[in-house]
Design a protein around this ligand. Structure first.
Ligand SMILES: Nc1ncnc2c1ncn2[C@@H]1O[C@H](COP(=O)(O)OP(=O)(O)OP(=O)(O)O)[C@@H](O)[C@H]1O
Length: 262
């Protein structure tokens, strides 16, 4: 099992931020994690990456039970693309070196890369449609280009689990669709890692994310197949407002019912 979370809670002072979370992710599945601001998504990801520990319950990631192994080793098997990673990168590095540094899962370390590493970095950049950006410095890239570079970087270490934390934030609709297309092509590769795609936006859930976890106020609201979860009734209850869900070309689109404004 890739992620096995059993009755996990996380308290901070007198506040319970995550409450009795159960979540199982099996090999070969790709999940979407959907929740509003402050619902507990980042806290859950911090836990999966071993940056915080459950206050109660048990969990194992990639078969490793917390408390019984070296977390730094586990993190090498997890690629995590997030806004906080973007802030840690050196903007004056070339996109190519940033991708290469992903092999070591460290920032700015690429001195020991060999020819095979360079070829892999180039191939990943090509498959993510950003080979033309290799010699550009990171701070000259657009947000959509940066996300592709960061996904290529995460794939350099051949992770077993790839977490994409709101990758479409700040993208216009065309850049978003291009990035989503790239992500679905990564998901369809033979040796693809298990992908966890985190978002606030239902329309970003691609058909390759066949499972969806809804998280609300620190608890699991639903965890099932995407098409079962993204139903009008479930989503209206989840958001606490009447919404309408419609399926077009394998993607689910949400509209807020007009009655809300009357
Ligand atoms: N270290 C902490 N101490 C106290 N409260 C915390 C801590 N970390 C998170 N929280 C609170 O826990 C709740 C969940 O936060 P979290 O960042 O996990 O939400 P999120 O779903 O990732 O939100 P967003 O979509 O806005 O990033 C929030 O109310 C937040 O203020």
């Amino acid at each position: 099992m890739v992620i096995d979370i059993n009755g996990v809670s996380w308290d901070r002072g007198d506040k319970t931020i995550l409450r009795e979370i159960d979540w199982e992710v099996q090999e070969g599945e790709h999940w979407c994690l959907l929740g509003l601001n402050g619902s507990g998504k980042t806290t859950l990801l911090n836990m999966i990456n071993g940056y915080i520990w459950p206050t109660a319950g048990q969990m194992a990631v990639l078969g490793k039970k917390f408390g019984e192994f070296d977390l730094r080793e586990l993190r090498k098997s997890i690629g995590w693309v997030s806004t906080s990673l973007q802030q840690k990168l050196h903007g004056s590095e070339t996109a190519f070196k940033i991708v290469l540094s992903g092999k070591f899962a460290t920032i700015g370390l690429y001195d020991h890369a060999d020819e095979a590493d360079s070829q892999k970095a180039e191939a990943l950049m090509r498959s993510l449609g950003c080979a033309a950006l290799m010699q550009r410095t990171y701070d000259t890239l657009s947000q959509g280009e940066r996300q592709r570079v960061l996904i290529a970087r995460a794939l350099m270490a051949s992770p077993k689990l790839l977490i994409l934390d709101e990758p479409c934030t700040g993208l216009d609709v065309f850049a978003r669709e291009q990035l989503l297309y790239m992500i679905s092509s990564v998901a369809e590769q033979e040796q693809a890692p298990t992908i966890i795609y985190v978002t606030h936006h239902v329309e970003e859930i691609l058909p390759c994310f066949s499972k969806t976890l809804l998280i609300k106020d620190g608890t699991v609201f639903a965890a099932s197949s995407t098409n079962d979860v993204l139903k009008t009734d479930t989503m209206s209850a989840f958001f606490g407002v009447p919404v309408r869900m419609e399926l077009h070309d394998g993607r689910n689109w949400l509209t807020v019912k007009e009655s809300l404004w009357k």
